[in-house]
Design a protein around this ligand. Structure first.
Ligand code: SF4
Ligand code: SF4
Length: 208
C-alpha cells in the first residue's frame, strides 16, 4: 500500500477543516480574488480620449469614432469591444494618466456570458476640439486641458494649450475675429492645428 506524503496529508486535513478551495458556482456566487484581472471598463470622468490605450491594445478591442456633425458634435466616442478583450491589462498600463487614476480600470468582473454579440461593447463620449481655421480634429478638450495643466506655466508657449485652459476657466473670448486686414495675425490667438499654426507663424505673402 502506498501511503500519502506528509504534505498531501496536511493539505487533506486543512481542506477538511477549512472547506474546499473551489466554490459551488453557479449555486453559490463566486467571489474572485481581489487581484483577479477581469473585464476592464472606461472611467468617463478620468478618461481623456487620448487614444493611447487604443494604440496599445493587442487585440484591437478598443476603437473610437469622431463625430463631427449632428447633435452633440463634435465629439469622440471611445468604444471597448468586450467580446474581443482578452483582459490582459495592457490598456491600463498604457494609459497616460497616473497609476491608480487611469481612464480605464480593470475590474474583477468575470461572469460575462451573453446571447447577443452585437451588444458586447461599452462606450463613453468626449468633446472634441477642432482647429478654428481649417476644422480638423486636434484632440479632445479634456486631453488638451490635461496637457496644459501638466505643463503649468510652460503651456503659455503654446496658444492652443493656454487658450483651451483659459476658455475652460471662462477667461478668454470664444469669438476672436480679425476686423482688420491683418495678414492672418488674428488667427494666432485661436486654437489651431499644427499646420495652421505653422501658416500663421511663417506667413507667406504668396500663399493661397
Ligand atoms: S485588457 Fe487587453 S485586450 Fe482588453 S482592452 Fe485592454 S489592452 Fe485590449
Ligand atoms: S486617458 Fe487612458 S483610457 Fe482614456 S483614451 Fe487615454 S489611454 Fe485610453
Amino acid at each position: 500500500m502506498k501511503y500519502p506524503k506528509l504534505r498531501e496529508l496536511a493539505e487533506a486535513i486543512k481542506a477538511v477543516i477549512k472547506g474546499p478551495y473551489t466554490s459551488k458556482f453557479p449555486f453559490d456566487p463566486h467571489e474572485p480574488h481581489q487581484n483577479f484581472r477581469g473585464q476592464p471598463t472606461f472611467d468617463p470622468d478620468r478618461c481623456l480620449g487620448c487614444l493611447a490605450c487604443e494604440e496599445a491594445c493587442p487585440s484591437s478591442a478598443i476603437s473610437h469614432e469622431d463625430i463631427l456633425e449632428g447633435p452633440g458634435a463634435p465629439r469622440r466616442v471611445m468604444i471597448h469591444y468586450t467580446d474581443d478583450c482578452i483582459f490582459c491589462g495592457v490598456c491600463v498600463d498604457a494609459c497616460i494618466r497616473e497609476t491608480g487614476d487611469t481612464g480605464i480600470v480593470q475590474t474583477t468582473d468575470w461572469e460575462l456570458s451573453f446571447f447577443d454579440r452585437s451588444k458586447a461593447f461599452e462606450t463613453i463620449e468626449k468633446e472634441l476640439q477642432l482647429c478654428e481655421v481649417c476644422g480638423v480634429v486636434i484632440g479632445t478638450k479634456d486631453h488638451l486641458i490635461w496637457i496644459a495643466e501638466k505643463l503649468g506655466e510652460l503651456s503659455f508657449s503654446n496658444p492652443t494649450l493656454y487658450l483651451t485652459r483659459l476658455r475652460e476657466l471662462g477667461l478668454a473670448d470664444n469669438n476672436i475675429k480679425g476686423v482688420l486686414e491683418d495678414k492672418g495675425r488674428s488667427d494666432r490667438i485661436k486654437i489651431l492645428c499644427a499646420e495652421c499654426r505653422r501658416k500663421t507663424t511663417f506667413y507667406d505673402e504668396g500663399r493661397t
